[in-house]
Write a protein of this length. Sequence first.
Length: 473
Amino acid sequence: MAVIHSRYRKLFRNTVILGMGTFGSKLLVFFLLPLYTAYLTPEMYSTADLISQLSNLLIPLACLGITDGVFRFAMDRERDRREVFTTGLFILLAGAVVFALLSPVLLLSETFGEYVLLIVCYVLAANAHSLCALYLRALDRTTLFAAQGILNTALNILLNVIFLIPLHMGVLGYVLSVVLADTATTLFLFVYARLYREIRPSLFRWGTVRALLAYSIPMIPTAVFWWITSVSDRYLVNSICGGTVNGLYSAAYKIPTLLTLLCSVFIGAWQLSAVKDSEARGERIDFFSRVFLGFQGLMFLACSGLVAFSQIGTRLLFAESYAEAWTYIPVLLIATVFSSLVTYLGSVYFVAKKSVLSFLTAMLGAAVNVLLNLLLIPSYGAQGAAIATLVSYFVVYLFRAIDTRRHLPFRQYPLRVAVNTLLVGAQTVAMLYRMPGWVWIQVAAVALVALINVKPLLSTVLQRLRGRRGTAE
């Protein structure tokens, strides 16, 4: 019993620590939106966003997805963590060399040709930072992991202000600030956390290489497919509707980023608990069920509030030239909720090391997304892209909800999810179509979502903190 209570307290503690480091720091970047939209035109913002998103696609390709493998295998108590880190670093360096040699291919692109060197630096710096940060997280050094996140964000903000305001570096300054922040944070971790002591060339093992790659390589197409689902629509919008519309659409994505951050904070702590706090199958099912109840409630509650806030938030955070961006936000928010639920269900695959299943479900989402984008964007513009994103995440959610029960049949509360979805859906339709009394519909929807979710959410948290077991609803 004491072990069970300790497990929940540990999950809560790690979530708070990671929240301070990840959500708190990224929230500061969120409030830089007035700066970005003031000093970057919608077309410039579109170009900067496309560069960043292309780099994010290339990140797992350049390192063979090894950062995720190091994170997962370093959490295994029976493995030599230094062996995992050393082997992962060698694979990362080998991938970096190959990527640098192949990078001239990007010169063929009109959009990215002049930014090839910047993209290469972005990818390599991000991979080095990710390897070091995820290794610390695997070691359960959550406080230091959170601190380095704050440092990285602070550097990014400082460099953004310098590059955009006095130096007027535009797109180059926007992207370069990320590169330099990642590089500086990586150097900090190597020195302060003494990660150089973890590197032991004598511990390099070909067997570990095979084990890491067997896990990581399926994660590469998985990452690519998720990129297709979440990002490819911006390239299609840019191609079909133009850079100005895509700039608005890209800016609209920044509001749902708050939900993404909320999810990433929790999932970061959750993965540690789900893997390290192993127990009997029945207790693990109960653990997954209780946590899912609170998690889905939190995501829908935050979504409902942000949908109501979307138009006002756009006026407060964006320059006047971005005013129309708010119309894409409500649909993208609901899409982000289902993306978060998909991520939670993916933790079942993560614990079981079933990376192939993550790959297959991601491929399904990408296929649905591309098909719907091609069908909807020509007729409905960027709103069609938002709808395509929502439907694709919803399809993957349904598939994973069914499939994960073969591996861990925890309770997923489908009725709660359905009711929450209907409420935020009605809220979105009322706002977009300006239905009679739409303001009161917003108020009623937020109140109902809160009524459905706040009590079980608070009950679960308080019971765990007080050490009472209770029974999940």
